[in-house]
Design a protein around this ligand. Structure first.
Ligand SMILES: [Zn+2]
Length: 102
């Protein structure tokens, strides 16, 4: 009779990966990279991005006292770590500014 029923329009259900392998942003953890790679990423960020500025020493010290550090891309990471984008934290970068991961 021309009635539209649910079966007239097949829903296209995208094939999704099993939950075990599904990586969502909320599950993102800092990438499994090493310190040198994080520093390389940070310096690459400096070369390709404008508008960043290092925090002043006192500000950074306050962050570190709380067990965190800002990152150049405005993320937050641990002082000796890097953010979800693999960019080293300012505390890590400024601990040895000459260490650019090479
Ligand atoms: Zn980031």
């Amino acid at each position: 009779m021309g009635e539209v029923t649910a079966t007239d329009r097949a829903l296209v259900v995208p094939q999704t990966a099993p939950d075990a392998t599904l990586v969502t942003v909320s599950d993102a953890r800092p990438p499994a990279i090493d310190r040198a790679a994080a520093l390389r990423n940070a310096h690459h960020f400096f070369e390709t991005t404008s508008g960043w500025a290092p925090p002043d020493e006192d500000t950074l010290a306050e962050w570190v006292a709380d067990g965190v550090s800002p990152c150049p891309d405005e993320c937050t990471a641990t002082p000796d770590g890097w953010c979800d984008h693999g960019i080293a934290s300012w505390a890590l970068i400024l601990a040895d500014p000459d260490d650019i991961g090479r």
